[in-house]
Design a protein around this ligand. Structure first.
Ligand code: F6R
Length: 612
């Protein structure tokens, strides 16, 4: 949710921190702040709104120094005001925080009773008070941080500085992501809540685990447990992402760039996962063997938002191709219904960020009940990937736009590979059928390119309908999740109310909404649902709805029945969701552009939802 960046070393830390925060602004953007040592004293600048507001302040104040820590906020406790913006300081202890202190009311009352006065409504401020109290009891900075954090319940990723220790920077993690890296110079360190903030400086990172803290000083970086201060040996991970990948590269928005990156992203995701003779899949990297796939009695998919939509398509593929009963649950629901997880259940967690708190907690719940976990994640070393027995990474590269696009199509590519791999192991498809599907997958990037060529047509449609206040998205079968995804994309970036519905369900309620002002997007691929979808389309036409139909490039009927038709080159029924989602992403994108909303950072949202 919130973004944290910290720097210590010979350079001026403020521009480094600001550059990192810019890369992380997608994590939260209601207020921001930076703290550093200037002339031997800690100085803090904070402001409400986007990072550019803070930039203006910093420019005026000429803030510079090292160490420095900064934060972009996505409010949980306390409104987005300047006093609630991070960093928070109390008696020289400066803290930036991502997460939630669950026992903050009890701690606040305890501290208030002891005479502490607070200057914000946040849970975070408690942490600086707790550390200051331990320092006053005679502990050194590092001991005081440990003692304070051992009193905190909940989740945190923290960057901490102390006025009396100008050559120390501490990072600590429990439940919220945090990475640390060495710089190229002696005594130079970086901390950040997500990899893109560090890419320009280092691609060798260390992922802190829960209950670990990194203590940086000119002598080196020591990683220890928070609970008892035991030193930890950590693996250094090489990050394959290129710093350029986290730039807009000439596109107006990250979202548009990421939509256009999909052919390459899907191609990268397939790379190395298909045998040289192009006839079968190769998923040895997951650590699961064909015998493991044969032992699976049931699959449960857990995810949120767009990743959940990918899971809905995955359910269809896993059942149809590998013949494995598959359930799918919204992660935040699964956890609290005491789910039945029988022996032989494989849990599949899908998450772009790998940090979504609901998905992480749901997977832990399933693991505690004895299930094995396979995750599909985009961010290497993320919490979900590290909780899993096996991981399939989506090679989408960093996804910065808050609305997920290339993560979705690469998740679908992974799910299809998985369904084929399982089908081969369980012999639910013969070699020829597998080879045909593998061939179709390999041809997919070229068809995704063709879907992208439709961009000007979608821009035109968006121009016509962007004043609508409601939208309906209808589809059947495998494309019903794509209707849900189209509706989600539209509502989150254009703020138009939109609903996705199975087309056959329309007559059971939503049909009442249809009138001449209602654009109805209908997905009518040339599959075995086509005739039925056309009947549903006619029901909309009969009630004066404005039909925007998406259908096969060879279609001859829908042009006469619809107000707008978009024709798509299809890869065949089973892979259609991938080519149909792209025009819906473009429709949402251009609608948002016409409405003048903030496409990459839509209101109230954050990219990685690390609170429940
Ligand atoms: C929608 C969107 C969200 C995420 C959801 C899960 O465009 O981005 O709905 O899909 O928050 O996030 P991950 O995939 O990171 O677990």
């Amino acid at each position: 949710m919130c973004g944290i960046v910290g720097y210590m070393g010979p350079q001026d830390g403020v521009p480094v921190v600001m550059d990192g925060l810019q890369k992380l602004e997608y994590r939260g953007y209601d207020s921001a702040g930076v703290a550093t040592f200037q002339d031997g004293r800690i100085t803090i600048n904070r402001s409400v709104g986007k990072l550019r507001e803070l930039e203006k302040k910093l420019f005026a104040s000429e803030l510079s120094g090292s160490p420095a820590i900064g934060h972009t906020r996505w409010a949980t406790h306390g409104r987005p005001t300047e006093p609630n913006a991070h960093p928070h300081v109390y008696e020289g202890v400066v803290v930036v925080h991502n997460g939630i202190v669950e026992n903050y009311i009890a701690l606040r009352e305890e501290l208030a009773a002891a005479g502490h006065r607070f200057s914000s409504e946040t849970d975070t401020e408690i942490i600086s008070h707790l550390i200051a109290r331990e320092l006053a009891r005679g502990l050194d900075f590092c001991q005081a941080v440990r003692a304070a954090l051992n009193q905190v319940r909940g989740a945190f990723a923290l960057g901490i500085m102390y006025e009396q220790e100008p050559e120390m920077l501490i990072a600590a993690r429990k439940g919220s992501p945090l990475v640390v890296a060495h710089g190229s110079q002696q005594g130079e360190y970086y901390i950040a809540s997500d990899i893109p903030a560090l890419l320009a400086y280092s691609r060798e990172v260390i992922f802190l685990d829960d209950d670990e803290m990194a203590v940086c000083s000119p002598a080196g970086m020591t990683i220890m447990t928070v609970a008892d201060g035991r030193e930890q040996q950590k693996e250094v991970h090489q990050i394959a992402w290129d710093p350029i990948m986290a730039e807009k590269g000439g596109y107006k928005h990250f979202m548009l760039k990421e939509i256009f990156e999909q052919p390459q992203a899907v191609s990268n995701t397939l790379l190395g996962r298909i045998s040289e003779d192009r006839r079968k899949t190769d998923l040895q990297e997951t650590g699961f063997t064909p015998a493991d796939w044969r032992a699976v009695k049931k699959i449960m998919i857990l995810a949120c938002g767009t990743s959940w939509h990918a899971g809905l398509v995955g359910k269809f593929w896993l059942e149809r191709l590998a013949r494995i009963p598959t359930e799918i649950d919204i992660a935040s629901e699964f956890r609290y219904r005491d789910p039945l997880v029988e022996e032989g259940t494989l849990l599949i967690g899908i998450s772009q960020s790998g940090e979504t708190a609901d998905t992480l907690a749901a997977l832990r719940e399933g693991k505690d009940k004895g299930a094995k976990i396979l995750s599909i994640c985009n961010v290497m070393g993320s919490s979900i990937s590290r909780q899993s027995d096996g991981v399939m990474y989506t090679y989408a590269g960093p996804e910065i736009g808050v609305a997920s696009t290339k993560a979705f199509t690469t998740q679908l590519a992974c799910l299809m590979l998985l369904a084929l791999d399982m089908a081969a192991a369980r012999k639910t498809m013969d070699d020829e059928e597998i080879a045909e599907n593998v061939e179709a997958l390999l041809k997919l990037p070229a068809l995704l390119e063709k879907s992208l060529i439709l961009a000007p047509r979608l821009e035109q449609i968006a121009r016509t309908y962007h004043h609508a206040s409601d939208y309906l998205f209808l589809a059947r079968g495998l494309n019903y999740p794509i209707a849900l995804e189209g509706a989600l994309k539209l509502k989150e970036i254009s703020y138009i109310h939109a609903e996705g519905y199975p087309a056959g369900e329309m007559k059971h309620g939503p049909i009442a909404l249809i009138d001449e002002n209602m654009p109805v997007v209908i997905l009518a691929p040339h599959d075995h649902h086509y005739e039925k979808v056309v009947s549903n389309l006619q029901e909309v036409v009969a009630r004066d709805g404005r039909v925007i139909a998406f259908t096969a490039s060879t279609d001859k009927r829908l042009a006469d029945l619809s107000h707008e038709v978009v024709k798509i080159e299809e890869p065949g029924e089973i892979l259609n969701p991938l080519v149909y989602v792209i025009p819906l992403q473009l429709l949402a994108y251009y609608t948002a552009v016409f409405k003048g909303t903030d496409v990459d950072q839509p209101r109230n949202l954050a990219k990685s939802v690390t609170v429940e």
